[in-house]
Design a protein around this ligand. Structure first.
Ligand SMILES: [Zn+2]
Length: 88
């Protein structure tokens, strides 16, 4: 038996020629930074004019976590990454 309505490779490729995804659409925040729409701004933490994310607290938390990770690496004897981090 043969498929009567079978699409050949060319027809499939022609249909798929419109399927390419474009880059992310970025809008500018009121602070001037680029941000993804419907997401809070990573620079100022605002969404729709209101402050949603406490940027200062988050930066402190990230610094504390990085420091803790460094100490854990040092204690476990993996000093190669810490050396690289201090060089850079
Ligand atoms: Zn912003």
């Amino acid at each position: 038996m043969v498929v009567r309505m079978r699409r050949n490779r060319s027809q499939t490729a022609k249909r798929r020629s419109h399927h390419a995804i474009s880059g992310t659409r970025l809008s500018t925040c009121e602070c001037g930074a680029l941000r993804v729409s419907h997401r809070a701004c990573p620079k100022c933490g605002k969404y729709n004019g209101r402050v949603i994310i406490d940027i200062v607290a988050r930066a402190k938390r990230d610094a504390r976590r990085a420091k803790r990770k460094q100490t854990e690496l040092r204690e476990s004897g993996q000093t190669s990454e810490t050396k690289e981090a201090t060089q850079n």
